[in-house]
Ligand binder design. Structure first.
Ligand SMILES: NC(=O)C1=CN([C@@H]2O[C@H](COP(=O)(O)OP(=O)(O)OC[C@H]3O[C@@H](n4cnc5c(N)ncnc54)[C@H](OP(=O)(O)O)[C@@H]3O)[C@@H](O)[C@H]2O)C=CC1
Ligand SMILES: O=C(O)[C@@H]1CCC=N1
Length: 268
């Protein structure tokens, strides 16, 4: 099986590295294409895969086409792919919003998988949701799941609605965590800690809390109760967040990302 990754950015390069290093692909079965000349130069220094500058030279050889460009680059790319593709090829797209129907029609390829990964894929700790058009067979889907798992954990979802929804939870989610971290680091700096101490205090707090959560069946609410003493400091902070409606605002933010994913699909 030959895989072509289109778009060597944050996500495309991450998947190219992970898939080419896994035992799933034989040597030299990973091709990568990017439109930026500087990126091509740096990619050529990486030895796990073959680098291409023109679609004509690589697309016809691919069994699986992994699309990792920004949604606003997709329309132009699809038209070029359509001229070279054959209907037996399989497309996996990680683009936010762009629907399976649009991809089938614009590329003339019936077998399409839509997936939504997240940035921790870069360190093998990503989570990816995926769903497929009915033309993709069970065996093909199993192979694709194994490829997605090279960057972490994947979950199959029953419809594209859940791809847009997981964009609002896990796809964009790392940025919400960084937002919270940034806010806490700014508070620590204001309290007089050095930049380095602020970073250590905040990052270790996140790491420890997530590890605790993962090692038990307790809900986040139960863990909050274990930290908060009656009339104590944590309760003062949690009450302040509740008074300011922070939980509702976070839910609203996740819905904004979900809605934006749906909107991106409608813009096509
Ligand atoms: N970043 C994230 O955390 C996540 C991103 N995604 C999705 O992944 C996709 C990629 O995002 P990300 O990796 O951050 O984006 P990047 O901008 O980092 O990477 C995209 C790359 O594709 C290149 N490119 C653009 N058009 C073409 C083309 N026609 N042929 C070949 N290469 C092309 C770009 O080149 P140039 O820079 O010259 O335009 C760039 O190098 C997006 O659709 C996004 O929705 C999904 C989940 C998480
Ligand atoms: O912000 C975006 O549109 C992409 C999709 C999920 C994460 N980044």
């Amino acid at each position: 099986m030959k895989v072509l990754v289109i778009g060597a950015g944050n996500m495309g390069l991450t998947y190219a590295e992970a898939m080419s290093k896994s035992k799933l692909l034989k040597k030299r079965n990973l091709m990568i294409l990017d439109s930026s000349p500087e990126k091509i130069l740096s990619l050529k220094k990486i030895l796990h895969f073959d680098v291409f500058e023109n679609l004509e030279d690589c697309l016809p050889k691919a069994d699986l086409i992994f699309i990792a460009v920004k949604p606003y680059h997709s329309e132009e790319l699809f038209a070029k792919i359509k001229a070279l593709a054959n209907p037996g090829q399989i497309v996996i797209s990680i683009m936010a919003g762009v629907t399976i129907g649009t991809m089938q029609e614009s590329m003339g390829i019936p077998k399409v998988v839509r997936a939504m990964p997240n940035l921790p894929a870069q360190i093998g700790k990503g989570v990816t949701s995926y769903t497929a058009s009915k033309e993709v067979s069970r065996i093909e889907l199993l192979t694709i799941e194994n490829l997605l798992d090279t960057t972490g954990k994947s979950i199959h979802v029953s419809s594209e609605k859940f791809i847009d929804a997981s964009t609002g939870i896990s796809g964009s989610g790392p940025a919400y965590v960084f937002y919270f971290m940034q806010s806490m680091m700014e508070a620590a700096l204001k309290m007089g800690f050095s930049a380095n101490d602020s970073k250590v205090l905040v990052s270790k707090t996140f790491e420890g809390a997530v590890d605790l959560f993962n090692q038990s069946d307790l809900s986040p609410n139960s863990w909050m109760d274990r930290v908060a003493s009656k009339g104590g400091t944590t309760r003062a902070a949690l009450d302040s967040m509740d008074d300011n409606n922070v939980k509702e605002l976070i839910k609203e933010a996740a819905y904004s990302a979900f809605n934006r994913a749906v909107e991106l699909g409608e813009e096509k």
